[in-house]
Design a protein around this ligand. Structure first.
Ligand SMILES: CC(C)(COP(=O)(O)OP(=O)(O)OC[C@H]1O[C@@H](n2cnc3c(N)ncnc32)[C@H](O)[C@@H]1OP(=O)(O)O)[C@@H](O)C(=O)NCCC(=O)NCCS
Length: 208
């Protein structure tokens, strides 16, 4: 993968092969490397995702998405510290249905950081890197379901005011439906989100 600076970050995020991502105020002196996952990384990723969520469902989701046509290899990134996997994030293909047609969009899920490395900048590094990669692919937007307190810091906003609706799980406030508008954003992209069947096959009963 080529180097990809993330323009809104003061230090300019870069994927592995360039400078080392750091979060100001966190992880002082700790190097977080971010790169696309490779087939050999799958068991370590499964272990990290399962540990992060404390259950198997999200790890199964990763495995099902990886094996599906929705998988985008360059948008499935892992974070390493001292060559050990400490985090993982995936953007895969979902769809938006406006009643007339269904078009593919980028869907971010899940994001996971190993418990012993949480709250030290790993999740932020993964979010900025995967957003930069989506921008480099000229994706118009990225959607997700999650806690707005966490994701708003990366530019995500409530999706309903821009015309994008999603079915949400019971735990979620309506603002959990979020969108990140990228450079190629087109306000004509409106409608209801349709997720890949992998999401139905996993019982995702925990707050994301
Ligand atoms: C949520 C998660 C991915 C965040 O990654 P992280 O590496 O711990 O987060 P970072 O260190 O980059 O950011 C830490 C900041 O996020 C906040 N934060 C962490 N988890 C949060 C959550 N679930 N909700 C809201 N804020 C959260 C922290 O308070 C901290 O805020 P501060 O910078 O103002 O002090 C990680 O905690 C995790 O894997 N949790 C379990 C799995 C999960 O819930 N995944 C969610 C998405 S599918």
């Amino acid at each position: 993968m080529k180097e990809q600076p993330f323009p809104s970050h003061p230090e300019g995020w870069r994927l592995k092969g360039g400078a080392v991502p750091r979060v100001p105020g966190h992880n002082a002196g700790v190097q977080i490397s971010i790169r696309p996952e490779q087939p050999r990384d799958a068991p370590a990723i499964t272990a990290v995702v399962e540990a992060a969520f404390g259950q198997r469902s999200e790890a199964l989701l990763v495995e099902l998405l990886r094996a599906s046509p929705c998988f985008i290899p360059e948008l499935s990134l892992m974070a390493e510290i001292d060559e050990r996997v400490v985090g993982h994030v995936m953007i895969t293909t979902a769809w938006i249905d406006d009643g007339d047609e269904r078009r593919p969009i980028a869907n971010l899920a899940p994001l996971a950081v190993a418990p012993e490395h949480q709250r030290s900048g790993v999740g932020s590094a993964l979010m900025r890197a995967v957003s930069a990669e989506a921008e480099a692919r000229r994706e118009p937007l990225v959607i997700l379901q999650g806690n707005p307190r966490y994701y708003s810091r990366f530019g995500f906003e409530w999706s309903v005011p821009v015309g994008i609706t999603m079915d949400l799980p019971d735990w979620a406030p309506r603002e959990a439906a979020q969108v990140l508008k990228l450079g190629a954003y087109d306000p004509a992209i409106r409608g209801h989100v349709v997720l890949p069947s992998a999401f139905e096959e996993c019982e995702l009963d925990q707050e994301q």
